[in-house]
Design a protein around this ligand. Structure first.
Ligand SMILES: [Fe+2]
Ligand SMILES: [Fe+2]
Length: 334
Protein backbone atom coordinates (compact mmCIF):
# COMPACT_ATOMS: atom_id res chain seq x y z
CA UNK A 1 0.00 0.00 0.00
CA UNK A 2 1.41 3.42 -0.93
CA UNK A 3 1.70 6.17 1.66
CA UNK A 4 -1.16 8.10 0.00
CA UNK A 5 -3.38 5.02 0.14
CA UNK A 6 -2.47 4.44 3.78
CA UNK A 7 -3.36 8.05 4.62
CA UNK A 8 -6.64 7.78 2.70
CA UNK A 9 -7.50 4.64 4.69
CA UNK A 10 -6.80 6.52 7.92
CA UNK A 11 -9.15 9.35 6.91
CA UNK A 12 -11.88 6.77 6.23
CA UNK A 13 -11.65 5.32 9.71
CA UNK A 14 -10.76 8.36 11.80
CA UNK A 15 -11.82 12.00 12.13
CA UNK A 16 -9.42 14.79 12.61
CA UNK A 17 -10.72 16.59 15.69
CA UNK A 18 -11.02 20.38 15.69
CA UNK A 19 -10.02 22.66 18.55
CA UNK A 20 -13.58 23.83 19.23
CA UNK A 21 -14.75 20.23 19.59
CA UNK A 22 -11.79 19.33 21.78
CA UNK A 23 -12.56 22.33 24.00
CA UNK A 24 -16.14 21.19 24.42
CA UNK A 25 -15.03 17.95 26.14
CA UNK A 26 -13.98 17.74 29.80
CA UNK A 27 -10.36 18.84 30.00
CA UNK A 28 -8.74 15.86 31.78
CA UNK A 29 -11.05 12.96 31.08
CA UNK A 30 -12.33 12.64 27.56
CA UNK A 31 -15.14 10.22 26.73
CA UNK A 32 -13.36 8.81 23.66
CA UNK A 33 -9.94 7.57 22.52
CA UNK A 34 -7.43 9.93 20.90
CA UNK A 35 -4.89 9.09 18.22
CA UNK A 36 -1.90 10.95 16.83
CA UNK A 37 -0.93 10.88 13.20
CA UNK A 38 2.65 10.30 12.21
CA UNK A 39 2.48 11.51 8.65
CA UNK A 40 6.03 10.41 7.77
CA UNK A 41 5.08 6.77 8.09
CA UNK A 42 1.33 7.25 7.53
CA UNK A 43 0.44 5.64 10.85
CA UNK A 44 -1.84 6.46 13.71
CA UNK A 45 -0.65 5.84 17.24
CA UNK A 46 -2.93 5.60 20.24
CA UNK A 47 -2.36 8.65 22.42
CA UNK A 48 -5.12 8.34 25.00
CA UNK A 49 -7.64 5.73 26.15
CA UNK A 50 -11.01 6.89 27.45
CA UNK A 51 -10.63 5.63 31.01
CA UNK A 52 -7.38 7.54 31.66
CA UNK A 53 -6.76 10.95 33.19
CA UNK A 54 -4.58 13.42 31.32
CA UNK A 55 -1.83 15.28 33.20
CA UNK A 56 -1.50 19.07 32.82
CA UNK A 57 1.41 18.53 30.42
CA UNK A 58 -0.64 16.10 28.35
CA UNK A 59 -3.56 18.55 28.19
CA UNK A 60 -1.16 21.10 26.70
CA UNK A 61 0.30 18.57 24.32
CA UNK A 62 -3.16 17.43 23.19
CA UNK A 63 -4.04 21.03 22.36
CA UNK A 64 -0.81 21.52 20.46
CA UNK A 65 -1.33 18.31 18.45
CA UNK A 66 -4.89 19.37 17.73
CA UNK A 67 -3.84 22.85 16.55
CA UNK A 68 -1.31 21.17 14.23
CA UNK A 69 -4.09 18.99 12.80
CA UNK A 70 -2.56 15.75 14.04
CA UNK A 71 -5.15 14.66 16.59
CA UNK A 72 -7.76 12.08 15.57
CA UNK A 73 -10.72 10.18 16.96
CA UNK A 74 -11.97 6.85 15.68
CA UNK A 75 -15.23 6.46 13.76
CA UNK A 76 -15.82 3.53 16.13
CA UNK A 77 -16.49 6.21 18.74
CA UNK A 78 -19.06 7.91 16.48
CA UNK A 79 -22.00 7.14 18.85
CA UNK A 80 -20.20 8.90 21.72
CA UNK A 81 -19.08 11.75 19.49
CA UNK A 82 -22.53 12.33 18.01
CA UNK A 83 -24.28 11.98 21.38
CA UNK A 84 -21.97 14.71 22.65
CA UNK A 85 -22.83 16.98 19.72
CA UNK A 86 -26.58 16.36 20.14
CA UNK A 87 -26.27 18.20 23.45
CA UNK A 88 -24.08 20.98 22.07
CA UNK A 89 -25.63 21.38 18.70
CA UNK A 90 -23.76 24.53 17.67
CA UNK A 91 -20.74 22.26 17.18
CA UNK A 92 -22.25 20.85 13.99
CA UNK A 93 -21.61 24.20 12.34
CA UNK A 94 -17.86 24.01 13.02
CA UNK A 95 -17.35 20.28 12.60
CA UNK A 96 -15.43 19.40 9.47
CA UNK A 97 -15.68 15.62 9.74
CA UNK A 98 -19.30 14.68 10.00
CA UNK A 99 -21.07 13.72 6.82
CA UNK A 100 -24.27 15.58 5.86
CA UNK A 101 -26.40 12.55 6.71
CA UNK A 102 -24.76 12.27 10.12
CA UNK A 103 -25.42 15.97 10.76
CA UNK A 104 -29.10 15.59 9.83
CA UNK A 105 -29.41 12.60 12.20
CA UNK A 106 -27.79 14.62 14.97
CA UNK A 107 -30.08 17.64 14.36
CA UNK A 108 -33.17 15.43 14.49
CA UNK A 109 -31.99 13.73 17.68
CA UNK A 110 -31.34 17.14 19.22
CA UNK A 111 -34.85 18.31 18.28
CA UNK A 112 -36.34 15.13 19.72
CA UNK A 113 -34.49 15.64 23.02
CA UNK A 114 -35.29 19.37 23.31
CA UNK A 115 -38.93 18.98 22.27
CA UNK A 116 -39.53 16.14 24.75
CA UNK A 117 -38.09 18.35 27.50
CA UNK A 118 -40.02 21.43 26.43
CA UNK A 119 -43.36 19.66 25.95
CA UNK A 120 -43.00 18.07 29.39
CA UNK A 121 -42.42 21.52 30.87
CA UNK A 122 -43.11 24.47 28.55
CA UNK A 123 -41.04 27.05 30.44
CA UNK A 124 -38.69 29.76 29.26
CA UNK A 125 -35.25 28.13 29.86
CA UNK A 126 -36.31 25.03 27.90
CA UNK A 127 -37.90 27.19 25.21
CA UNK A 128 -34.66 29.16 24.86
CA UNK A 129 -32.65 25.96 24.60
CA UNK A 130 -34.96 24.62 21.91
CA UNK A 131 -34.86 27.88 19.96
CA UNK A 132 -31.08 28.04 20.09
CA UNK A 133 -30.92 24.51 18.61
CA UNK A 134 -33.51 25.51 16.03
CA UNK A 135 -31.33 28.45 15.03
CA UNK A 136 -28.41 26.11 14.47
CA UNK A 137 -30.53 23.88 12.25
CA UNK A 138 -31.99 26.77 10.21
CA UNK A 139 -28.48 28.21 9.84
CA UNK A 140 -27.32 24.83 8.55
CA UNK A 141 -30.22 24.44 6.09
CA UNK A 142 -30.15 28.06 4.96
CA UNK A 143 -26.50 27.69 3.89
CA UNK A 144 -27.69 25.13 1.31
CA UNK A 145 -31.44 24.67 0.89
CA UNK A 146 -30.87 21.29 -0.75
CA UNK A 147 -30.10 20.04 2.74
CA UNK A 148 -33.86 20.04 3.33
CA UNK A 149 -33.86 16.73 1.49
CA UNK A 150 -31.85 15.20 4.31
CA UNK A 151 -34.72 16.09 6.63
CA UNK A 152 -37.60 15.06 4.37
CA UNK A 153 -35.77 11.73 3.89
CA UNK A 154 -35.85 11.20 7.63
CA UNK A 155 -39.56 11.51 8.40
CA UNK A 156 -40.62 9.50 11.40
CA UNK A 157 -43.05 6.80 10.40
CA UNK A 158 -44.62 4.22 12.65
CA UNK A 159 -45.34 5.02 16.28
CA UNK A 160 -46.56 8.50 17.14
CA UNK A 161 -44.99 10.86 19.60
CA UNK A 162 -45.70 14.58 19.77
CA UNK A 163 -42.00 15.39 19.38
CA UNK A 164 -41.58 13.12 16.35
CA UNK A 165 -44.78 14.49 14.78
CA UNK A 166 -43.52 18.06 15.31
CA UNK A 167 -40.20 17.24 13.62
CA UNK A 168 -42.07 15.76 10.65
CA UNK A 169 -44.23 18.86 10.33
CA UNK A 170 -41.08 20.98 10.47
CA UNK A 171 -39.43 19.03 7.62
CA UNK A 172 -42.49 18.68 5.39
CA UNK A 173 -43.73 22.22 6.01
CA UNK A 174 -40.38 23.89 5.50
CA UNK A 175 -39.99 22.11 2.20
CA UNK A 176 -43.48 23.24 1.11
CA UNK A 177 -42.55 26.75 2.20
CA UNK A 178 -39.29 26.85 0.30
CA UNK A 179 -40.31 24.98 -2.82
CA UNK A 180 -40.43 25.94 -5.62
CA UNK A 181 -40.48 29.75 -5.66
CA UNK A 182 -37.70 30.47 -3.25
CA UNK A 183 -36.13 33.38 -5.12
CA UNK A 184 -37.54 36.03 -2.80
CA UNK A 185 -37.11 33.96 0.32
CA UNK A 186 -35.80 35.93 3.27
CA UNK A 187 -33.94 34.54 6.21
CA UNK A 188 -36.17 36.06 8.87
CA UNK A 189 -39.35 34.57 7.34
CA UNK A 190 -37.60 31.25 6.83
CA UNK A 191 -36.63 31.15 10.51
CA UNK A 192 -40.10 32.11 11.66
CA UNK A 193 -41.71 29.52 9.39
CA UNK A 194 -39.41 26.89 10.89
CA UNK A 195 -40.33 27.99 14.41
CA UNK A 196 -44.06 27.98 13.71
CA UNK A 197 -43.94 24.50 12.15
CA UNK A 198 -41.87 22.93 14.91
CA UNK A 199 -44.07 24.44 17.62
CA UNK A 200 -47.49 24.32 15.94
CA UNK A 201 -48.72 21.73 18.48
CA UNK A 202 -47.11 23.15 21.62
CA UNK A 203 -50.65 23.51 23.07
CA UNK A 204 -50.85 19.70 23.15
CA UNK A 205 -48.45 19.86 26.10
CA UNK A 206 -51.47 21.02 28.15
CA UNK A 207 -53.43 17.87 27.23
CA UNK A 208 -52.95 15.27 30.00
CA UNK A 209 -50.31 12.71 29.07
CA UNK A 210 -52.66 9.77 29.73
CA UNK A 211 -54.90 11.05 26.92
CA UNK A 212 -52.00 11.64 24.52
CA UNK A 213 -50.55 8.21 25.18
CA UNK A 214 -53.77 6.22 25.23
CA UNK A 215 -53.67 3.02 23.25
CA UNK A 216 -57.45 2.70 23.05
CA UNK A 217 -59.87 5.12 21.33
CA UNK A 218 -60.61 8.32 23.24
CA UNK A 219 -63.91 8.70 25.10
CA UNK A 220 -66.06 11.75 24.13
CA UNK A 221 -65.02 13.69 27.25
CA UNK A 222 -61.36 12.96 26.48
CA UNK A 223 -61.77 14.06 22.87
CA UNK A 224 -63.01 17.42 24.07
CA UNK A 225 -59.59 18.10 25.58
CA UNK A 226 -57.91 18.17 22.15
CA UNK A 227 -59.36 21.16 20.20
CA UNK A 228 -58.31 23.86 22.72
CA UNK A 229 -54.66 23.00 21.96
CA UNK A 230 -54.57 25.49 19.06
CA UNK A 231 -55.54 28.46 21.22
CA UNK A 232 -53.48 27.21 24.17
CA UNK A 233 -50.47 26.83 21.87
CA UNK A 234 -50.91 30.35 20.63
CA UNK A 235 -51.07 31.63 24.23
CA UNK A 236 -47.94 29.73 25.27
CA UNK A 237 -46.02 31.06 22.27
CA UNK A 238 -47.33 34.57 22.77
CA UNK A 239 -45.95 34.48 26.31
CA UNK A 240 -42.57 32.93 25.51
CA UNK A 241 -41.84 34.24 22.04
CA UNK A 242 -41.26 37.96 22.26
CA UNK A 243 -40.90 38.29 18.52
CA UNK A 244 -44.48 37.08 18.04
CA UNK A 245 -44.21 36.73 14.29
CA UNK A 246 -47.30 36.22 12.10
CA UNK A 247 -46.12 32.86 10.74
CA UNK A 248 -45.71 31.40 14.24
CA UNK A 249 -49.20 32.60 15.22
CA UNK A 250 -50.79 31.29 12.01
CA UNK A 251 -49.18 27.85 12.35
CA UNK A 252 -50.36 27.40 15.95
CA UNK A 253 -53.84 28.87 15.53
CA UNK A 254 -54.87 27.74 12.07
CA UNK A 255 -53.44 24.28 11.44
CA UNK A 256 -56.79 22.62 12.18
CA UNK A 257 -58.88 25.10 10.18
CA UNK A 258 -60.28 23.71 6.93
CA UNK A 259 -61.15 25.54 3.69
CA UNK A 260 -64.85 24.64 3.95
CA UNK A 261 -65.11 25.89 7.54
CA UNK A 262 -65.27 22.40 9.03
CA UNK A 263 -62.11 22.89 11.11
CA UNK A 264 -61.45 24.51 14.47
CA UNK A 265 -61.19 26.69 16.54
CA UNK A 266 -62.76 29.50 14.40
CA UNK A 267 -64.48 27.32 11.72
CA UNK A 268 -62.93 29.94 9.50
CA UNK A 269 -62.99 29.83 5.70
CA UNK A 270 -60.43 32.61 5.34
CA UNK A 271 -57.23 30.96 6.39
CA UNK A 272 -53.77 32.43 5.85
CA UNK A 273 -51.50 30.79 3.29
CA UNK A 274 -49.12 29.61 6.00
CA UNK A 275 -52.04 28.25 8.04
CA UNK A 276 -53.15 26.23 5.00
CA UNK A 277 -49.59 25.02 4.42
CA UNK A 278 -49.23 23.93 8.06
CA UNK A 279 -52.59 22.13 7.85
CA UNK A 280 -51.33 20.03 4.92
CA UNK A 281 -47.97 19.27 6.58
CA UNK A 282 -49.74 18.43 9.85
CA UNK A 283 -52.37 16.13 8.33
CA UNK A 284 -49.78 14.40 6.13
CA UNK A 285 -47.48 13.78 9.10
CA UNK A 286 -50.41 12.51 11.20
CA UNK A 287 -51.25 9.95 8.51
CA UNK A 288 -47.69 8.61 8.43
CA UNK A 289 -47.73 7.71 12.10
CA UNK A 290 -49.72 4.94 13.68
CA UNK A 291 -52.53 6.15 15.96
CA UNK A 292 -55.13 4.33 18.01
CA UNK A 293 -57.79 5.31 15.50
CA UNK A 294 -55.80 4.67 12.31
CA UNK A 295 -52.98 2.58 10.94
CA UNK A 296 -49.93 4.36 9.52
CA UNK A 297 -50.36 5.15 5.81
CA UNK A 298 -47.81 4.99 3.07
CA UNK A 299 -46.62 8.48 1.95
CA UNK A 300 -48.07 8.54 -1.59
CA UNK A 301 -51.45 7.22 -0.40
CA UNK A 302 -51.54 9.84 2.37
CA UNK A 303 -50.72 12.72 -0.03
CA UNK A 304 -53.28 11.41 -2.53
CA UNK A 305 -55.96 11.38 0.14
CA UNK A 306 -55.19 15.03 0.91
CA UNK A 307 -55.47 16.04 -2.75
CA UNK A 308 -58.83 14.28 -2.90
CA UNK A 309 -59.99 16.26 0.12
CA UNK A 310 -59.53 19.52 -1.79
CA UNK A 311 -62.62 21.13 -0.29
CA UNK A 312 -60.78 21.04 3.02
CA UNK A 313 -57.05 21.10 2.20
CA UNK A 314 -55.32 23.56 -0.12
CA UNK A 315 -54.60 21.68 -3.34
CA UNK A 316 -51.67 23.94 -4.21
CA UNK A 317 -49.78 22.41 -1.27
CA UNK A 318 -51.13 18.86 -1.23
CA UNK A 319 -50.74 18.63 -5.03
CA UNK A 320 -47.14 19.76 -4.81
CA UNK A 321 -46.46 17.16 -2.16
CA UNK A 322 -48.06 14.35 -4.15
CA UNK A 323 -46.28 15.29 -7.39
CA UNK A 324 -42.92 15.42 -5.61
CA UNK A 325 -43.47 12.05 -3.96
CA UNK A 326 -44.48 10.46 -7.26
CA UNK A 327 -41.48 11.99 -9.10
CA UNK A 328 -39.16 11.21 -6.21
CA UNK A 329 -38.22 14.88 -5.97
CA UNK A 330 -39.53 15.38 -2.43
CA UNK A 331 -36.95 17.45 -0.61
CA UNK A 332 -35.27 18.77 -3.74
CA UNK A 333 -35.64 22.50 -3.88
CA UNK A 334 -35.12 23.19 -7.56
FE1 LIG B 1 -52.69 20.13 16.26
FE1 LIG C 1 -49.98 18.61 14.66
Amino acid sequence: MSKAEALAAIYEEYYQISESILDSFPKYRLPLDLFVLNEEVAQLLTYYRKSQRLSNEQVEEVHRLCAEGNLFVSRRDHPIYSQHIVKQLDLVLVDRNLKEKEIADICIRAFDLRLEEFFAQPVRPLFNQLISDLQVVTEYIWADLHRLRLFTNRLHKGDYSLARHSINVFSIGLWLYVYPANAGLRRREFDQAARGLLLHDVGMSKVPAFILNKTTPLKPEEKEKIPPHTLNGYKILHKLDEEGHDLVRQAALEHHERLDGSGYPQHSTTISSFGRLTAVADAFSAMLQKRVYAEAKEAVAAAKELTEAKTRFDLSFSGKLLAALVNDSFGKVK
